[in-house]
Ligand binder design. Sequence first.
Ligand SMILES: [Mg+2]
Length: 268
Amino acid sequence: MTILFASDLDRTLIYSKNSRGQEVSEQDFTAVEWVEEKATAFMTNKGLQLFKDISPSITFLPVTTRTAEQYNRITGLFHTVEKPKYAIVSNGAVILEDGKPLKEWSDKVIAQMQHNRTSIEDVLPQLDTYTKNKFVLKVMQAESWFVYLIIDEQAFSIEDFESLSQIFYQQGFTLSHQGRKVYIMPTCINKSTALQFVKERIAAKTVIAAGDSMLDFDMVLNADYGFIPSHGEAIHKGGHLPSHVSITNHAGVLAGEEILKKVSDYLL
Ligand SMILES: [Mg+2]
């Protein structure tokens, strides 16, 4: 019986220096990503060991908003564990199979974006109004898939986020605020639908999913068991969560370790 463990990476399993929290001392960290030889993402040593221990019993599926290139930088996760056959990158716009994008999948996403008028060319003119706004520092593009804003966190309020969310929601976008970034994501690019595709392709029976942000929420909700780190944006989705979804006790990098421990306990 195949158990699929579909997990977001950043701020769920792996953490930058800024997001990892203060409770863990330096020697208890292992770096898992490097940019120009500088360590940029970490797990606890214990978390990495748990990840290694559960690997033979589960099918691990990374599900990330990172592009394929950014995903491939996380080499530290796969030093002792085989790199997964599948990875969902660019928030679900791209599914990698043995490291190569599945064209049939991305073509479907492109057609849907064109139909919904949520391509980058559709969103950029609208953003012009907001780029003059005080909190927008930069408008960035993730390949040809979606746009995100680099914001001045001091000048950005919850009200700003809510008003942007409302405007773009009506036009077919989901917004997510993660630190200095605000993602403006076409609703047809989502982790949940891509995960369903992989689930069917490998005929997985059970899905355990974990993620911290609004971009993870549907994937976590639609899984058989779901985990949200207590620092996660997704816990503010409102209402109470169904019983198959739980919020970690810990925050920061320890939440990542806790999720891996819970997956490990599930396998016992
Ligand atoms: Mg995340």
